[in-house]
Design a protein around this ligand. Structure first.
Ligand SMILES: [Zn+2]
Length: 287
């Protein structure tokens, strides 16, 4: 048996055939699925799915790219939502600097006539200020969610993209109080070891099956068997041979098979270890 630890089943991609998706997951041996909230609305939908389907559990959180549209106080509603017994973690939460407000301005300016003597425009300066505000809003909402996780005794699902140093800076003081899983891990072995040394986990997606995923596959082969989980991050990142199509929880098996092969161990050994790790991390049926 396998546990899919990161799916977005509340996304419209699954609105029309969720029963088939769940059946295929079960047939592939994926008996539990954690569906991840990315905003208050998404978290509410995640809980509704978890209440309806015994195989599904939910997390509640506000994704870093959703903070701009989020309410001033997301913690009061998140606390309320997290009291539902089907909720198994806080998140996803974290930092994402992949698309900053200033990039939009830069793009717009490329189509304008470029002057050789150009100095910083007001728009650029304004964009830098907006970048700073965007980053500090993400940091604040991230920190508040970590505090909520501590308060409720839940663990946290961490999203980190192009913000490695700042993410570590925020999460470092929480070691020993809350455990995080750095989901969709794409870093180096050194970075994985930093995460593990802080008593957090990583999890791997279908990227381990990609041609250009050799480095991540190698990290998955090298870190201790008890320090990672498997996921799809569906509907994104479908593993080979489904790359480019909609991903779904059944493909967790392909992720697990690929890592087992890279580690030269039987699939069952990998499935047993990652399942035990996921059970300890999410503590299903805690109520
Ligand atoms: Zn996600």
């Amino acid at each position: 048996m396998l546990i899919e630890t990161h799916a977005h089943l509340d996304y419209p991609d699954f609105a029309h055939d969720l029963d088939d998706v769940l059946r295929r997951a079960n047939e592939a041996g994926v008996t539990r699925i954690v569906t991840i909230g990315t905003s208050l609305e998404s978290s509410r939908r995640a809980i509704a799915l978890a209440e309806k389907h015994p195989a599904i559990f939910a997390t509640v959180g506000v994704h870093p790219t959703s903070v701009e549209n989020a309410d001033e106080d997301v913690i009061t509603p998140l606390r309320e939502l997290a009291s539902n017994p089907r909720v198994v973690a806080i998140g996803e939460t974290g930092l994402d600097y992949h698309h900053l407000p200033s990039e939009e301005v830069a793009k717009e300016e490329q189509v304008q006539v470029m002057s050789a003597l150009r100095t910083e425009t007001d728009e650029e300066i304004e964009a830098q200020i907006r970048d700073g505000a965007y980053k500090s809003k993400q940091a604040s909402v991230f920190q508040q969610q970590l505090d909520l996780a501590v308060e409720l005794g839940l663990n946290a699902v961490i999203h980190q993209r192009d913000a490695w140093e700042d993410t570590l800076k925020i999460i470092r003081p929480y070691s020993g109080k809350v455990r995080g899983v750095f989901h969709c891990f794409g870093g180096s072995l050194e970075e994985a070891n930093v995460v593990i040394d802080l008593e957090h986990l990583v999890s791997f997606t279908g990227i381990v099956t990609f041609k250009n995923g050799a480095a991540v596959r190698e990290v998955a082969a090298q870190i201790p068997l008890w320090k990672f989980m498997v996921e799809t991050d569906c509907p994104y990142l479908a593993p080979v041979p489904y790359r480019g199509k909609r991903s779904e929880p059944a493909y967790t098996r392909i992720v697990a098979e690929t890592i087992a092969a890279a580690r030269e161990i039987p699939l069952k050994e990998l499935a047993d270890a990652t399942t035990e790790t996921a059970e300890a991390f999410f503590r299903f049926n805690r109520s």
